[in-house]
Each structure stands twice: as C-alpha cells, then as structure tokens.
Write a protein of this length. Sequence first.
Length: 265
Amino acid sequence: MKKTFSEEDLVKNLSLYYLNRHLKKKPMEKYHRTIDESPLHDREKYRKKSEILLLNSFMHHFPEVKFENLTCESPDFIAKFNDKKIGIELTEVINHLEMKKVESTLNKMFRQAEILLEQEDTTKYRGVYFLEFHPETKFDNLEVQQENIISIYKSIKKNKPAGCVKSLRKSFHRRNVFITHEYSMNLFDELCSEKILELIEKKNEKFPYYDTSVDECWLVIVSDMNSIASRYTFIQDKEHLKEVKSPFHKIFHLENLCGNITSIK
C-alpha cells in the first residue's frame, strides 16, 4: 500500500515556504484550498500543492495570471492571461542526481526526529530547525540512520550540535516541529545548459498529447532552491539555450528562492 501524506505533512510543507518573505500567501492559500476540495487522492493533492508552491516566484513575474484549473494533467495547470487560455506545464531540473537519494533519506530521518520531539513536548520544541551535518556523515544504512536520528533529536533538545550535526539554527513556527537541511550556496555550483535542453526535448515529445483547447502552452522549468538536489549558482553555457527549438509557445527557467527567471523562448 502506498503511503499517503497527512494533513499535518501538508501544513509543514506550506509552513516552510511561509518563511520566504516573498511568498504570495493569499492566492497560495486559496489555491491550496481549491486543491483540498478536489476529488484527488491525498498523494496527488500533495504533489499539486508542491507544484503550485514552486510557481510562487512565477506569479510575481506574471501577476495577471489567474489559475483556473489546478487539478488537470497534461498540462499541469490551466490559467487565464491577457484574455488567453494558457496551459502551463511545470517540470523540475535536477542538478545533482547523486544527491536526490540522499535528500530523500534525510527527509525520512527528519520526519522520525520530528515525531520523537512532538511526542515528548510539541509546545517546547515547536519551530523550524535548519541543520548542517559534518562532511564525513554517512546515511547509507539503517543502523547509521537511526544513530543520526538520535543525534538530530539530542541536538534540538539541547539546542546544541551533537553527533553528526555540525550546526543548527531555529526559526519561529507557531504550530509544530519542522526540520530541514541548512541552505548553503557553492559559488561554483554550475547547472549545465545541456540538462535544461534535454528536459525541453523530453517535454517536446509529449507536446502532441497536451490539451488542445488552450490558446498557448508554456513550459516552466524550475530549479527548486529549497532542495539540495536542485540548487545551482549559475547556468553554464547559457547562450546555448538560445538554440532551442520547441512547439511550446513560451519556455522559462525559474529559480524559486530569489525568483530569478530566464526567458528561453
């Protein structure tokens, strides 16, 4: 049986984005309520909520865009813009494939530590905790993972790094305990333009199957800067993006932390 995400998980997911002062909360809350009221399965609701959150910075660049269908497929969303019906296909570009599995393991460990702290005293430990680990920390087997969970639990409980935890900082949260990885930027962390072009090519193949009732179909490629697997500092050989050929009417690359957007087509 597939695991479903609880309402608490969804609240935590949204709360992390609330720490970003650029978040357009009112439309986001409205969109999330609309998704909640849909007949989608809980797992699909979680995915849709995560996707619309990634488009937060996009909404700042296109404030006139009004989403009309949040639960469709192929494309992911349908919106109104300048009296046109726009299909928006969203996809994430993964910059560090080797970190994707590590990040998944980290999230599972964070959730187990959150449960321990909340079972003990939610009121005392509520907050958002950003953790940095020692470089030599391993996450590759269950025994080590359990040791790391205890280190995380002890670090937060004592408000002092312990075991695998190198540093931690806390931000306010009024309801629950939320643990995440500390954001750090490598000045030479490049995103190869070829990865973006390969992603566009894959989406091009699916274009004939998208909703034909829309006036235009846009492709929005996102680097989720809250994910250690998706972060980058600069796009390498950015000029190659000008060579792109695609049936999509518009193509953008967006990073969701500072909201930088690149118009590819």
